[in-house]
Design a protein. Structure first.
Length: 206
């Protein structure tokens, strides 16, 4: 008889390690095909619960259980679809940044962990020196539509603006994680400006 995985403790949440990140209010389309995650999504629907998206510190998205970074984002499923081949696609909405404590692997090879909500960042206007970032984000949002669309884009909000850049720019995962931990949204935008300038210089030199 197959060993049954123990039920999740109320302090535990399923973890979905990825080579990308999502921030609060972010929208992350995911294709679900591994059995452990198909079962996880089914369980989330049954319990009207969410899961945690976290960056991969060591390992890979597919196969053996990956080691996650200690900060991720709690998400909820806001949309789903299934194609003719049975491939499940969901859209995860970022809810709250969390710190991940002890983790364990269930019999299904699903990683779960104790999570604690981190303080919410308070909205504040984008500083005048970062106005060009607002224009850049407007262009990015046009390019990614309709794959990813935000009902109420808030490019005047420094927290919202910085969060979307963290998700959408092709930054190294370690840099995304560092920016997730930053408490000052204006300082985060300054770091994003530096990265955008560096990326622009590399493109011009090619």
């Amino acid at each position: 008889m197959e060993e049954q995985s123990p039920p999740l403790d109320s302090r535990e949440m399923p973890l979905f390690p990825l080579s990308s990140v999502v921030m609060p209010e972010g929208r992350l389309p995911l294709r679900i095909f591994e059995t452990r995650y198909v079962d996880m999504v089914r369980d989330c629907f049954k319990r009207s619960a969410g899961f945690v998206v976290c960056g991969i510190k060591a390992g890979a998205e597919v196969g053996a259980v990956a080691q996650p970074f200690t900060v991720g984002c709690r998400v909820e499923i806001v949309d789903w679809d299934q194609d003719d081949r049975g491939l499940l696609t969901i859209v995860a909405l970022g809810v709250r940044k969390v710190r991940i404590g002890n983790t364990r692997v269930l019999g299904s090879q699903l990683l779960v962990g104790d999570v604690v909500d981190l303080p919410e960042e308070q909205s504040e206007p984008v500083a005048p020196e970062h106005r060009l970032l607002q224009q850049a984000m407007e262009q990015i949002l046009e390019q990614i539509a309709p794959s990813i669309e935000y009902q109420e884009p808030r490019i005047d909000d420094a927290v919202w603006l910085g969060s979307r850049f963290i998700e959408l720019l092709p930054l190294p995962l370690e840099v995304r994680q560092q920016m997730m931990l930053m408490a000052d949204p204006q300082a985060r935008l300054q770091q994003i400006s530096i990265w955008l300038h560096a990326m622009s210089q590399r493109e011009n030199s090619d």
